[in-house]
Design a protein around this ligand. Structure first.
Ligand code: NAD
Ligand code: BTL
Length: 489
């Protein structure tokens, strides 16, 4: 098997140490690729290349239109190779190819969006209060950006960082999750094919403890953009303080989904399932906390459980598969322990709560779609992000209680409200402390609207105009067109 390489200063290179890592398919643990395993030394080389490309190269001062055009070429190449990319993503993550195809459409859309946005903000003229002066505000790239991504949506999360950083004129070093690097490697091949100048975008493969730590501590990095778990995020925040790096953090969520009795019942049941069991619950914005109005609680649980029993588990490459495996044995062990803790605290397993018995699934990291009832906000299953196919169900008596329960969390990434009463929905939305709130829908995101968390779900926003602004510095230029001595001294 050929070793897939890192991309540093416009060259495909093995790790300096010569080390490699096996990438496995979580469906059957088959080795699907061998990749270079870089460490802090490779990261330092990549940072130097990005620093040099920013300080000495032309990229930062290339016109925004030209940068946007190049980002547009990358979008077109992703479109061209979307089927290959989708299959790679499913091999790497175990998600269904149908889901991966959807991701690739979204990813091409993100590159297209920032290609268009690149030259739309030419700055601003300020009406200066001082006579004979011109005051203007211009946007400039931040500089060298470290970008660290997770394993659950490997290329989607990478695209939210790559496209705006390039459109804004930065240089960058990306470190994908060490267990799911394949589609990111492929997109770096496409960026090379698109003609990105050498040193502008660098790819280093390896662990968080080596490559990730170097990116977050190295003083030649000006900005760190991280998507991943809350504990890693806190650690990066501390490391980034060494040179007061700009910081963007997209962290976890424990997302409430409030179901009022007047909601469209069948749609709410259907979407409450989709909001969690898509990608086996490994979604930051999964609506894992279902909070149901008392009067419909029992009927809702009964309908939910009946539907959940029918979810078909299998290989992401088989057409009838609705849910794939978890990402790894380590993650499977965490999900098992998370459910066991919930049961010890008094939650009842209404369905699932174990590994499937189907012999065909025994080599994969599968866990049954699970519904836990009789949950209360003080339980660890309700407070902690399990990141697996597990719904916890709580009940509420009135609107006030629903809001109180929904907000009772250190997280604030996303939430949902299901009701036909639009006034009530808007009242709830106004009080829900989350970066995204869906009314009568779940898990919707697109390039035009910002994404990010309140509270400990993160700092900053990706997507939309704010997603570009994360990668821009704002400079005020003040021009005195009639300079004269002040004669103060
Ligand atoms: N808010 C969002 O938009 C969003 C999107 C996707 C995933 N997530 C979150 O990501 C988490 C799951 O991803 P994960 O398990 O890969 O997270 P993780 O924090 O374990 O790892 C994320 C990335 O950080 C790297 N890393 C680990 N330790 C590091 C360190 N000390 N310094 C620098 N980098 C380090 C990893 O190698 C990986 O590339 C969940 O909490 C999920 O909610 C959030
Ligand atoms: C941000 N999103 C929803 C695409 C993936 C979260 O894990």
């Amino acid at each position: 098997m050929d070793v897939k390489k890192q991309y540093i200063n416009g060259k495909w290179v093995l790790a300096l140490s010569g080390e490699t890592r096996e990438i496995i398919n979580p469906f059957d643990q088959e080795v699907v690729a061998l990749v270079a395993e870089g460490n802090e030394k490779d990261a330092k080389l990549a940072i130097d290349a990005a620093r040099n490309a920013f300080d000495q190269g032309d990229w930062a001062t290339t016109s925004a239109t030209e940068r946007g055009n190049l980002v547009g070429v990358i979008a077109a190449l992703i479109e061209r190779d979307k089927e290959e990319l989708a299959e790679l993503e499913s091999l790497d993550t175990g998600k269904t190819v149908e889901e991966s195809r959807g991701d690739m459409e979204d990813i091409a859309g993100v590159f297209r969006y920032y290609a268009e946005l690149a030259d739309k903000d030419g700055g601003e003229i300020i009406d200066s209060p001082v006579p004979d002066t011109i005051s203007k505000v211009v946007k400039e790239p931040v500089g060298v950006c470290g970008q660290i991504t997770p394993w659950n949506y490997p290329l989607l999360q990478a695209s939210w960082k790559l496209a705006p950083a390039l459109a804004a004129g930065n240089t960058l070093i990306m470190k994908p999750s060490e267990i799911t690097p394949l589609t990111t490697i492929k997109v770096f091949e496409l960026m090379e094919e698109a003609g990105l100048p050498k040193g502008v975008a660098n790819l280093v493969l390896g662990t968080g403890a080596t490559v990730g730590e170097e990116l977050s501590t190295n003083e030649n990095v000006d900005l760190i953009s991280f998507t991943g778990g809350i504990e890693t995020g806190k650690r990066i925040m501390r490391s980034a303080s060494s040179n007061v790096k700009k910081l963007a953090l997209e962290l976890g969520g424990k997302n409430p989904n409030i179901i009022f009795a007047d909601a469209d019942f069948d749609t709410a049941v259907d979407q409450a399932m989709n909001a969690v069991f898509f990608h086996a619950g490994q979604i930051c914005s999964a609506g894992t906390r279902v909070i149901v109005e008392e009067s419909i609680h029992d009927a809702f649980v009964e309908a939910l459980v009946a539907r959940v029993k029918k979810i078909h588990l299998g290989s992401g490459f088989e057409e009838d598969t609705q849910m794939g495996p978890l990402i790894s044995q380590e993650h499977l062990d965490k999900v098992k322990a998370y459910v066991e803790d919930g049961v010890k605290e008094g939650a009842k397993v209404a369905v699932g709560g174990s590994r499937p018995t189907d012999p065909k699934l025994q080599n994969g990291f599968f866990y049954l779609p699970t519904v836990l009832t009789e949950c209360t906000t003080d339980m660890s299953v309700v407070q902690h992000e399990g990141f697996g196919p597990v719904i916890t169900v709580e009940r509420f008596r009135d609107e006030k209680e629903a809001i109180r329960l929904a907000n009772d969390s250190i997280y604030g990434l996303a939430g949902g409200v299901w009701t036909k009463d639009i006034t009530k929905a808007e009242r709830c939305v106004a009080k829900m402390r989350m970066g995204t709130v869906w009314i009568n829908d779940a898990n919707v995101y697109f390039p035009h609207a910002p994404w990010g968390g309140f509270k400990q779900s993160g700092i900053g926003r990706e997507l939309g105009k704010p997603g570009l602004e994360e990668y821009q510095e704002t400079k005020h230029v003040y021009h005195n067109i009639n300079p004269e001595p002040i004669n103060w001294f």
